[in-house]
Design a protein around this ligand. Structure first.
Ligand SMILES: *[C@@H]1O[C@H](CO)[C@@H](O)[C@H](O)[C@H]1NC(C)=O
Ligand SMILES: *[C@@H]1O[C@H](CO)[C@@H](O)[C@H](O)[C@H]1NC(C)=O
Ligand SMILES: *[C@@H]1O[C@H](CO)[C@@H](O)[C@H](O)[C@H]1NC(C)=O
Length: 378
């Protein structure tokens, strides 16, 4: 009996090794990270949080702004970082190259053992807001300072945009940026293309569903398999893909329109690469915006997806969404080949986030580091 057992044991070990090697060579492994928002009074400290990332095999982190304790805790860990710029710094970064140089020294060079990958200059800055005009020049100055520091090839400079810059998302092919924001987005997209960076998209089927509950099937919004629909003649598996591709279509139009008239042919890849943040709240589900979501369609309307779905912000729905999200970002969308680097919003519930109750329930971990529901980063 001893020999076969040993042999079996050997076979098992080899199988396991094979699986491990396959997993680590898998090109899509580690594409999903988590967004460590810190707008809470009951959050674990930086070191504990980084420990939670390591225990759960989360190999990417997004931070809203440079937070020295978190940067110290990330040192030497191999967790790749997407880091934002504090909004009050945007004006100086835009006006003053020296400010960008100082910012890079203080927040990047001082942490040589942190794996910075993306700097996000402004999160969802409204073009018409006071800070709108500063985003693009700040991106340029931060980019120049990073390049001057010798990190040009390693760290991309980008910004983060949201769906309200678009005229529509349905059908995705018909999406365009609002004319009023073209002055804002066009130089940003050209810059991102020219520096081989990626635009960061906040893709939240959660909000699309809340705002148009009568017309969106909950399973489509939760990315459930086999709940797809045909939009503009193309089969869309889920609402994440549809919103993502609406941005892609809108960006393609801007870049095509921006091509100099003398250029006969568009470059081979005129598409812009994307990264995303996404998530789904698990609480406060009954506080949908007033006037939305309660009007059932007539039964004759079988073209449009149906009604009667309950609140989206439940623990069950968040579990379903997050697990489906991890699956769908591994492959591409109808317009763009995958995988799509994605940051789950958010690591923890943040009890100081303003707005309706559901805003304070986006976390996937409890403050004690236990997962709020089962999921697996790979
Ligand atoms: C970075 O890591 C190296 C090698 O582990 C170490 O010698 C160095 O002190 C670290 N630097 C900082 C600033 O943590
Ligand atoms: C939503 O779509 C799913 C999958 O196609 C379907 O089973 C379900 O009945 C739909 N829900 C409603 C309320 O129509
Ligand atoms: C480039 O843009 C044009 C116009 O939008 C589009 O037709 C074409 O498919 C795009 N090519 C690539 C490779 O994205």
């Amino acid at each position: 009996m001893a020999a076969p057992t040993t042999q079996n044991h050997f076979k098992h070990t080899m199988l396991l090794l094979g699986l491990l090697i396959l997993t680590s060579l898998h090109p899509t492994a580690g594409q999903v990270g988590s967004f460590f928002g810190r707008l809470g009074t009951n959050l674990p400290g930086a070191a504990t949080t980084v420990g939670i990332y390591q225990q759960n095999n989360i190999r990417r982190m997004r931070l809203f702004d440079p937070h020295a304790p978190t940067l110290r805790a990330l040192s030497g860990t191999n967790i790749r970082l997407m880091m934002g710029v504090s909004h009050p710094d945007l004006r100086d970064l835009a006006n003053c190259p020296q400010a960008a140089t100082a910012w890079v020294s203080r927040n990047i060079l001082r942490f040589p053992n942190v794996t910075f990958r993306y700097i996000i200059v402004g999160n969802e800055i409204e073009p018409e807001s006071e800070l709108g005009p500063f985003v693009f020049p700040a991106m340029q100055n931060v980019y120049r300072a990073i390049r001057a520091a010798g990190l040009g090839g390693r760290i991309q400079v980008s910004t983060s945009i949201q769906i309200n810059l678009l005229t529509r998302w349905n059908p995705p092919q018909a999406a365009e940026f609002k004319c009023s924001v073209n002055w804002f987005i066009r130089p940003i997209l050209e810059f991102i293309r020219d520096t081989s960076a990626s635009i960061h998209l906040n893709v939240f089927p959660f909000y699309a569903y809340l705002n148009d509950r009568a017309n969106i099937n909950l399973s489509f919004a939760l990315l459930q398999p086999n709940s797809g629909v045909v939009l503009g003649g193309v089969y869309y598996d889920n609402l994440f893909y549809a919103i993502h591709d609406a941005f892609v279509a809108a960006m393609g139009k801007i870049l095509a329109a921006a091509t100099p008239l003398s250029v006969q042919q568009l470059p081979e890849n005129n598409g812009t690469k994307t990264t995303t943040s996404s998530g789904s709240s698990s609480g406060g589900g009954h506080n949908s915006p007033p006037g939305h979501g309660s009007v059932p369609l007539g039964s004759g309307d079988d073209e449009i997806m149906a009604v009667t779905d309950g609140p989206i912000a439940t623990v069950d729905n968040a579990r379903i969404y997050i697990n489906n999200l991890m699956r769908v970002v591994r492959t591409g969308t109808p317009m763009v080949a995958g995988p799509i680097h994605t940051y789950i919003f958010a690591t923890f519930d943040e009890n100081l986030r303003p707005g309706p109750e559901y805003e304070r329930h986006f976390g996937i971990f409890l403050p004690n580091g236990q997962p709020k529901f089962p999921f697996r980063f790979q």
